[in-house]
Write a protein that binds this ligand. Sequence first.
Ligand code: TV1
Ligand code: CA
Ligand code: ZN
Length: 386
Amino acid sequence: NNGIKKPKGYTVSYHANPEMEQMHFGQKHPMKPWRLTLTNKIVMAYGMHEAMDIYIPRAASSQELKDFHRGDYIDFLQRVTPSDNTWDPDSQTYAYNTGDDCPIFDGLYNYCSLYAGASLDAARKLTNHQSNIAINWSGGLHHAKKNEASGFCYINDIVLAILQLLLHHPRVLYIDIDVHHGDGVEQAFWSTDRVMTLSFHKYNRAEFFPGTGALDDTGPLNNASPGAHHSLNVPLHDGIEDAQYIKLFEDVVKPCVRQYKPTAIVLQCGADSLGGDRLGCFNVNIKAHGACVAFVKKFNLPLLVLGGGGYTPRNVAKAWAYETSLCIGAEVHPNLPAHTPFLEHFGNEKTLFPKLDFTRYENKNSRVYLESVVMGIMEQLRYLQG
Ligand code: TV1
Ligand code: CA
Ligand code: ZN
């Protein structure tokens, strides 16, 4: 043991099923489920498992998946195999938007029901008070829609988990720091005031997936709809840096919590917002990404912590392991323990806080621009509780 103790006064649960980690989207596909193996190895090497309740979650049932998704879509995921030709000549797409981004691979349904089961179990640990912070790094797949796959996501485990929380909680705040817009979650709760969605993301309508999430997309335009002003978006340009990102996050999240008064928070920690990510374009370090988790933790509300994107596996694993340590409030040594398996996957770089590659994206976020974004958010918040 590395002297990591159970946190005082609260419980952290960690939901991880190793069966998921073996799955393959395909050789060249950026989504690598084995980044979860790397994450868990670091967590264990530090001895963090001693400080948490560890659960190997069950798969979600098809009935549970249908609480959000349409029945025929779930039936399709359940029976489709890689050799089926699902090409639809009428729409010129594969069925239910499967294809390059969302391939049909061996074990797909098992993969989907496992990450969804983990998020459901995690949410239920929170609602039955067995846990104060519940972590599922295999979840956070925010693009999946009611009846189609999108952006590497098939089942929206976040929506399913929030629906669980809503059985016990009047208001849930959803925060998304993945570099992509959390469109699937936003869309699912667009018309309700019981969930506030808040996504930070790179925004470029024509050039960056999924192209939604402008500052003025804040809910139904009809002010009579309860959902009006309850979808918040923080659109960003390339290259945002640590100090800017942390300040922006705090300047936006704090008033959201003060105005909306959530009784539970769901935090999607997509690690593609880190510098040097294969698909991302920000210049955020692991410590700054973690600072967002630490800030949200301070509200002392039931907290569901989820993964999401993250395409440079060695950095994803370090970020999520570090964020696990923040959740349990443990100080960990800034070098990985010597006995960490797979050190070769970390380029033999033992530091938990490697120098990331910031050469690819120049910072295009001016101080004035970020101030205008904060003002835009504040303007939306003024509409709440009149
Ligand atoms: C197969 C092989 C698929 C190599 C996909 C990058 C690949 C991408 C691949 C890729 C890739 C995207 C689009 C274009 C929609 C398409 C988990 C019509 C090198 C949460 C999802 C990004 C992000 C989807 C998911 C995006 C998440 N970027 N190589 N695909 N079109 N898709 O732009 O938010 O992180 O890139
Ligand atoms: Ca986001
Ligand atoms: Zn992403």
